[in-house]
Write a protein that binds this ligand. Structure first.
Ligand SMILES: [Zn+2]
Length: 335
């Protein structure tokens, strides 16, 4: 079987290099690891805390894929290919369509409540009554079948049931899925980008060893404080008179973000994008009439940017609202 998507990704890495991952603000070494995995045609497991940009990475890789023309069936045949029962029976009503890279992205949210039917597909009862259960018109393909020629993003893969992990194993090992009843195997040319939170190795759900063996694991971390400060200072439109105060402001914002990330009550700590928003707001604050103190501007920027982004662990949600939590943390600052 040809592996079109793998070739497309390898080509993307060759042409775009590091710029392919520009949207993600993280260390170059990590970017190189990700690019190597993609160029080698392997599946990627991104391991990192909430807010480390896993979804952003998956989406931006897919978005960079070239557009593709498809026959318009549910199995993503190429025009004229007629590889699926729908096309062969002449049942494709909608006609050819072109998908952008952004649309070549299928997302699966890992959850123990997900069933094989959701991923492989099932029989539409009304259509089965009208045409018979084995008629191709009665089959409703699931998300994995529809991931043919697309990137398949599996969020929190470790939360999938053992049965579904085995289904992914079949997909990754054979690049095809068997669809019961039709005695047919359908090619699914996909690359899987899966994610997992590092604190979930214990409890919640485990990734089976067999499936783990199919992924190359790349660890995403928040940047070091020094790197994050330089991200703020180089990726933001700084005022013409930027000086020591601007640097103090960036350092204060990063320090506070790291303080929040370390709080045991915090479930999703601020992302680098959140510290950047805080910094930009604080700079804007400094330009307002009557504001001269960078500390006051930092507090204002952090308050606005963080209160809407923070999420607390379920055990702490009743005791405190995120905005109050942020307010208390700001009140405790000793700059
Ligand atoms: Zn088809």
């Amino acid at each position: 079987m040809t592996s079109g998507l793998r070739d497309e990704l390898a080509e993307l890495v060759a042409v775009r290099g590091l710029s392919l991952l520009d949207a993600w603000l993280g260390p170059v070494e990590t970017k190189l690891e990700i690019l190597a995995v993609l160029a080698a045609g392997r599946n990627l497991l991104l391991e990192g805390p909430v807010g480390s940009g896993k979804t952003l990475l998956g989406e931006s890789i897919a978005a960079a894929l070239p557009p593709i023309r498809l026959a318009g069936c549910h199995f993503n045949c190429l025009p004229g290919e007629a590889a699926c029962p729908q096309c062969r029976a002449g049942l494709v009503a909608s006609g050819e369509l072109e998908l952008s890279g952004t649309a070549r992205f299928v997302r699966v949210q890992g959850s123990p409540d997900l069933f094989p039917e959701d991923l492989v597909g099932d029989v539409d009862p009304a259509a089965a009554l009208a045409h018979g259960a084995l008629d191709p018109r009665a089959f409703r393909p699931g998300r994995l079948v529809r991931a043919h020629r697309k990137l398949c993003f599996v969020d929190e893969v470790n939360r999938l049931s053992e049965r579904l992990q085995n289904l992914f194993l079949e997909l990754l090992a054979e690049r095809a899925l068997t669809i019961g009843g039709y005695e047919a195997r359908f090619p699914v040319d996909t690359v899987v980008v899966a994610t997992m939170n590092p604190d979930e190795y214990v409890g919640v759900g485990r990734l089976s060893e067999a499936l783990r063996d199919r992924f190359e694991r790349v660890r995403l971390d928040y940047p070091t404080p020094a790197d994050e400060v330089s991200i703020l200072l180089t990726r933001t439109a700084l005022p013409a008179d930027a000086g020591d105060d601007t640097r103090h402001l960036a350092e204060a914002v990063v320090e506070f973000a790291n303080q929040l990330r370390a709080e045991p009550e915090v479930e999703a700590g601020p992302s680098v994008r959140a510290t950047m928003a805080s910094f930009e707001l604080a700079l804007a604050w400094l330009r307002l009439d009557g504001v001269t103190d960078w500390r006051q501007a930092a507090v204002a920027g952090l308050r606005v940017a963080m209160r809407g982004r923070l999420s607390l662990r379920p055990t702490h949600r009743l005791a405190s609202r995120p905005e109050d939590f942020v307010e208390d943390a700001l009140a405790g600052l000793s700059w």
